[in-house]
Design a protein around this ligand. Structure first.
Ligand SMILES: *Cc1c(COP(=O)(O)O)cnc(C)c1O
Length: 335
């Protein structure tokens, strides 16, 4: 099978399987798991944050960061097309009990005057603005520049509002910008990234921030049911993900650009070129959706259906250039 649905479908590498097999583990709720400790220490170092915490998923990391930095009834500012707003089941209302104020996002960028206007003043009628959430790389495939991130962060700091960075694909953003992950993470107080997805770990994400934030987050992680026991097995794979898999993300990005060029040759396809920054190719194509998905599946290619009028193909570690050539040949035959 060639799976273009997402980079979440990646299989753990041979190195990860070996690391899992030999991992030294302990009960992490008792602080007894040396492999988790090593992952958290290493992740904090890579991000240049004081401290880090292993969590089960990216959604968990975002929601934990919101819960830990806000009070019930606070308002948090999120992009209108952010993962936190659109793809986390309304969790912020359920878990932290905050209300979401959406700001128009342009691939993660906000208009700074609008952002300033959205931060609440001190008034008996108003909710407090508890947090501003950024997303980079953005789920729409684009990457925001460091300058744009700094603009948002500076406004937040001026108004004493903390910033959380949803960096599920932080390392894709860094690879795309040609900078270190810590340079992207510097414009946030707290940050989440996924060890799974393009980095190929089977399970897990990291939350990072100040020591006092992580101390509180650890307690809230327990509250949310995320205190895991011999989780060093997952941390062992996570360490391989962080050490061996971040540099190669540029290969996924290059392959996505190659795929985009090939798709562009089809009369019936319109590739969306202006957000081709990472491993995702978005395009428009007028075909019978269900029939096309099934015909591709019959030829061993898994794809997702249309979302918001667009198709999305995602390259990843398990997809080769030969695979892409086969996908293109197959589409030529079908279209
Ligand atoms: C995937 C993703 C998440 C959530 O990650 P899960 O591990 O699937 O919960 C959060 N934010 C963004 C932008 C993502 O792409």
């Amino acid at each position: 099978m060639i799976d273009l649905r997402s980079d979440t479908v990646t299989q753990p590498t041979e190195g990860m399987r070996q690391a899992i097999f030999t991992a030294v583990v302990g009960d992490d709720v008792y602080d007894d798991d040396p492999t988790v400790k090593e992952l958290e220490r290493y992740a904090a170092e890579v991000l240049n944050k004081e401290s880090a915490l292993f969590v089960p998923s990216g959604t968990f990391g975002n929601q934990l960061s919101i819960l830990t930095q806000t009070r019930r009834g606070d308002e948090i500012i999120v992009g209108h097309d952010s993962h936190i707003l659109c793809h986390e089941v309304g969790a912020a209302a359920v878990i932290a009990g905050v209300q979401l104020r959406t700001i128009e996002s342009f691939g993660g960028r906000f208009d700074l005057d609008t952002l300033k206007a959205y931060i609440r003043e001190d008034d008996i009628h108003y909710p407090d603005t508890g947090l501003i959430c950024m997303e980079n790389a953005h789920g729409n495939g684009s990457v925001m520049s460091l300058e744009d991130m700094k603009g948002i962060y500076d406004v937040a700091q001026e108004h004493h509002v903390p910033v959380h960075l949803d960096g599920a694909r932080l390392f894709n953003a860094a690879a795309s910008l040609g900078v270190k992950a810590s340079e992207v993470a510097q414009y946030s107080d707290t940050v989440t990234f996924c060890l799974s997805k393009g980095l190929c770990a089977p399970v897990g994400s990291i939350v990072a921030g100040t020591e006092s934030f992580i101390k509180k987050a650890k307690r809230n992680r327990k509250l949310m049911g995320g205190g895991l026991r011999q989780v060093g097995f997952l941390a062992a794979a996570g360490l391989v993900a962080l050490k061996d898999m971040t540099e190669r993300l540029v290969d996924d990005h290059d392959l996505a650009k190659y795929l985009a060029d090939k798709l562009d040759e089809f009369e019936a396809i319109e590739v969306i070129r202006d957000r081709l920054d990472i491993n995702m190719v978005f395009f428009k194509m007028l075909v019978d959706e269900e029939q096309f998905i099934n015909q591709m599946l019959d030829r061993n290619i898994k794809i997702n259906g249309i979302e918001d009028g667009e198709w999305r193909f995602v390259t990843n570690h398990d997809v080769s250039k030969d695979n892409i050539d086969y996908v293109i040949r197959t589409m030529k035959e079908l279209l």
